[in-house]
Design a protein. Structure first.
Length: 187
């Protein structure tokens, strides 16, 4: 099979899975889903939802709905953050690797802007770039794709980026679960 056909088949498989997850969370109540799967399987389900949610801006909200629901039914917020963070990092890594490929094939004007961005980040200390990335991923509700695609496109250190994204996603998951659990006690 030629490379173009393989790429089209991969894209179609991804689109079908993505559409299925979107439809699942559109028509199935999360509380009902937790009741069906049981709390003990909640961590595994969150990891899977995180992996799918981390691979697209459109399915990201389903991950936060799942974290909120699982935290409200009393699951451990630290384990939720760990499982969800690992799951989202899997999805973010896929997006990061796609960004690397896109950066290599970027058209002229975009390639020029990427070079400027690369030079800008190279002028900054590596610890500063990594800290900004961690703060963005771990403490903002913004989609990780903004950071992962751009860092991939400029060819930033792969292992370090994935590690920083993992730490940020775990932090985000733990903070989200804790906020839901402790925030719910006020009502």
């Amino acid at each position: 099979m030629e490379k173009r056909t393989k790429n089209i088949l991969k894209f179609l498989a991804f689109a079908v899975i993505l559409t299925g997850w979107i439809l699942l969370f559109k028509y199935v109540n999360p509380q009902l889903l937790v009741a069906k799967i049981g709390a003990t399987n909640g961590y595994l389900v969150l990891l899977l939802i995180g992996a799918i949610g981390g691979a697209s801006i459109f399915t990201g909200p389903s991950y936060f709905v799942a974290v909120t629901t699982l935290a409200l039914v009393g699951l451990n917020p630290f384990l939720l953050g760990l499982c969800g963070g690992i799951g989202v990092t899997i999805g973010d890594t896929i997006i990061f690797l796609m960004g690397i490929g896109a950066g290599k094939k970027a058209p002229g004007k975009i390639h020029e802007k990427l070079e400027k961005m690369k030079k800008f980040t190279e002028k900054k200390p590596k610890w500063f770039v990594n800290l900004v990335l961690f703060l963005y991923v771990g403490l903002t509700p913004l989609p990780n794709e903004v950071a992962t695609i751009s860092m991939g496109m400029i060819g930033h250190n792969k292992k370090m980026i994935i590690f920083i994204i993992l730490l940020g996603n775990i932090t985000s998951g733990i903070l989200g679960a804790l906020l839901v659990q402790y925030g719910a006690s006020f009502f």
